[in-house]
Write a protein that binds this ligand. Structure first.
Ligand SMILES: [Zn+2]
Length: 330
């Protein structure tokens, strides 16, 4: 396996999207075809591993899009005899896998268990799943900051999140060791599961491609309070601009600004997101610290969606996750 130059891949990935001529590509199928051709043509500047990574990134994006939007023709899965919209896996086989494992875990709370089970039965791809994670699966748990009604920790998740469907074992394989952020919600052990239902529903919403990811929940064994297990991102918007702005051309700056705005617009397009929010404040607490950047996929995403839905009750004073606590320690 040759080495993968992530910066170079991000540039090729972004250029592919930038060069889409939407007057010619009027459907997403045409956009995807354009991208595939442009990535295959870039083969002179990338090695075999990089080319495979680019195509795999595109195929995963297309599969999730197709399962969520169901605009193309489904294929019959020979194993489960269901019509599947994804090409790299069968979304129904993934749901069967999770269902088979329902008896192997419990959060100890029937309401939370039911929310997780419902989410898993509606999973559209292997790596967008919500799960119950025993606290013993975390190592190197370090307290980072105390907010008004939450505490933020960094940790390493030994098994890591679900990643890819394995066609030989018909199981969803895990990614392996992953650094994560744990956000402990004060007194969440005494609340009903509504807060969890809200953020889980959003994760399954097709517009959640615009939002940062969370993997599931765990429980602080000492206090019994719930902790949301969040993906760790590379920079927030403020840090990203400080680092990069002097290196970008005007075109690049406008392209990046547009990229952030399109995510905000995408989130706003969901009527689900609007519910319970205050006028003029769609996100509830949107600021540069809540717009996060992921180097691997070269994209900006909106953080903390759902947590501010309950502006009138216990989440009113939940602080945003301080930017430095999302960043890598290195
Ligand atoms: Zn199937």
């Amino acid at each position: 396996m040759s080495e993968i130059d992530t910066d170079k891949l991000n540039e090729i990935w972004t250029n592919g999207w930038k060069n889409v001529d939407y007057s010619k590509c009027t459907t997403m199928t045409q956009v995807f075809e354009h991208l595939r051709n442009s990535y295959l043509e870039s083969s002179q500047s990338v090695n075999e591993s990089e080319k495979a990574e680019l195509i795999n990134r595109l195929d995963s994006f297309i599969d999730r899009w197709n399962v969520d939007h169901q605009e193309n023709d489904p294929e019959l899965c020979e194993r489960c005899q269901s019509w599947a919209y994804a090409a790299q896996y069968c979304e129904h086989c993934i749901r069967h896998f999770f269902k088979k494992n329902f008896g192997k875990w419990t959060s100890g709370n029937d309401e939370i268990d039911k929310i997780i089970q419902d989410a898993q039965l509606n999973a559209s791809c292997p790596d967008m799943v919500v799960e119950w994670i025993p606290f013993s699966d975390f190592e190197e748990v370090k307290h980072k900051i105390k907010g008004h009604r939450s505490d933020i920790y960094s940790a390493t998740w030994s098994k890591g999140p679900f990643d890819k469907f394995n066609p030989e074992t018909h199981a969803v394989d895990r990614f392996g060791r992953t650094n994560v952020i744990l956000k402990k919600l004060e007194n969440s052990d005494k609340m009903d599961g509504e807060w969890f239902k809200v953020i889980t529903e959003f994760k399954l919403h097709k517009l959640s491609i615009f939002a940062t990811a969370f993997y599931g929940i765990t429980k602080d064994p000492m206090t019994q309070e719930y902790m949301i297990v969040l993906k760790q991102y590379d920079y927030n918007l403020h840090e990203y601009i400080s680092l990069k702005h002097s290196k970008f051309s005007w075109y690049e700056k406008i392209y990046r600004a547009n990229s952030v705005l399109s995510k905000i617009e995408g989130v706003n397009a969901s009527s689900w997101v609007h519910k319970n929010l205050q006028p003029g404040n769609v996100h509830g607490n949107l600021h540069p610290g809540n717009v996060l950047y992921e180097k691997k996929t070269d994209q900006f995403l909106i953080a903390d969606l759902g947590l501010y839905q309950h502006a009138e009750d216990y989440y009113e004073s939940l602080p945003f996750i301080a930017p430095e606590n999302f960043g890598c320690d290195e």
